[in-house]
Design a protein around this ligand. Structure first.
Ligand code: 5GP
Length: 126
């Protein structure tokens, strides 16, 4: 359960580069946005389409999603599908990845979905 009155948490996730991007303070190549999230191209793309879907609300990651934020995940997944439509990879196939914590390689402590596609994606991931 996330304590939204905890200033440490708010600072931690809103102070990331993604917080600055969703607030419009840092430029990004935005593909799609709505009232809940912003989707922009990853600066270090791993596939022809590599877009990050980031909630405007500062949530550190899946490890800290409370009840409302869990509902927000549905909104983020719909946004991911919208990105796939915009990118024209809806039919060819695409993948959503959420890295959680150190072993998964999460480097930015602001929840984000990677939307990958535009080439065959191997399985299992490394
Ligand atoms: P993670 O490793 O936390 O799952 O994913 C973080 C992603 O953010 C990485 O794929 C990285 O390339 C991307 N990234 C880091 N800094 C920036 C930035 O300033 N702008 C953009 N567009 N992407 C970034």
């Amino acid at each position: 359960m996330v304590d939204h009155t905890d200033p440490t948490l708010a600072e931690r996730s809103s102070d990331t580069i993604f917080g600055a991007i969703v607030r419009g303070e840092v430029a990004a190549d935005i593909v799609y946005e709505n009232q809940h999230c912003v989707a922009f191209r990853d600066v270090n793309p791993q596939a022809p389409t590599h877009v990050l879907v980031v909630p405007r609300m500062p949530v550190t990651g899946l490890q800290e999603a409370d009840e409302w934020e869990s509902m927000l995940l549905g909104v983020l997944l719909r946004a991911a599908r919208k990105v796939a439509e915009i990118e024209g990879i809806e039919e060819s196939g695409w993948r959503v990845v959420i890295n959680v914590g150190e072993d998964a390689g999460q480097t930015v402590p602001h929840l984000h979905l990677h939307v990958l596609g535009g080439r065959p994606l191997s399985w299992p991931p490394g």
